[in-house]
Design a protein around this ligand. Sequence first.
Ligand SMILES: [Fe+2]
Ligand SMILES: [Fe+2]
Length: 292
Amino acid sequence: MKIADYAKHLLLAPNLEDKLVPPPKHWEEDGETKSLRIEKPGRSLHLQFSDKKVKIPRLEHLNSESNRGLTLHHFANHELMAIELFAWALLAFPDAPKSIRNGWIKTIEEEQVHFRMYLNRMNDFGVQIGDIPLNYIFWKQLGQFQTLESFSAVMSLSFEGANLDYSQVYAKVFSFFDDHITSDIMVYIFEDEIKHVKRGVRAFEKSIPNEKNSWEHYLSLIHFPFTPRRAKGYLFFPETRYLAGLDANFVKQLADYEDEYTGRVNLESVKKFGLGSELMRKNRLDSHSIQP
Ligand SMILES: [Fe+2]
Ligand SMILES: [Fe+2]
C-alpha cells in the first residue's frame, strides 16, 4: 500500500473500524508529491462533528463510573481526531523529511492503541462512542496548518503538550478514587505522548531562525485566538516538557504564560485533591496491569 492511500483511507472512510486499521509494515513507493488538504473527515452518522457544548465531568465527580466513562469519551474523541489529523499531515506535507513522515505514521499507530484503550474502558462503564456529541476542537485549527512547523506547533507542542499535564492529573485523580486500571491507562498513554511531543519538537526545531529562540519561534507559528494557554493544562508539570526535549527557556515561558482565557475554576477544584507535583510513570505499573 502507498502512504497516501492509507492516509486517505483513515481520513475518508466513514466507520470507526476504518480509522483503526493499523499502518502496514511495508509501503509501496508513493510517487505523489502534490499536497492534498482535505477539509473534513468522512464520519458515519454517530461520529459526526457537533457544535453542542458538552462539559467534561468535574474531577470531584469521578467517583461515579458513568462520569469516568464520559470523561474517557472526551479523551477518545481527541485520539480519533489525532489519528485523522496525522493522516491529514501525511497528505498535506508530502515533501516533509522521511524521518518526520515516519514519525507521524508511528504516532497514528499509537493513537489507534490509545483510542482502543479508552473505548474498552468507557465501555466497561456503560458508555459507547457517540453517546455524547463529538466536538472537533483539533479540526477547527486547520487554517493554522500552513506548514509542517505550524502543524507541529499546534498539534504536538500545544495539544499533545497539554495532554502531558492532563494525563498526569487524571492518572492521579483516578488513582485517588481507587480506579487503578483507568489510572494505569492514563500513565501508559502519558509515556507515549512524551514521544509524540518529542517528534513535534524535532519537526519544529529545525526551522528556528538564528535570531529567534524556540519560544519566539513557537509564538510566530501560532495565531490568535489560539494562544500558548492551549499548550498546558490547568496544572502544569514542567518536568514533562523536559522529558519531551523542550529547552529551559521555553518551559519557563510556558509556565509563566497567562492570558484572559486562563481558567481558575478547575484549578481550584484540582487543589482539593492535593495531587502533588511528582510524576506518575510507567515503570511503577506492576506486571498484571494493562496491555494495549
Ligand atoms: Fe494519544
Ligand atoms: Fe499523541
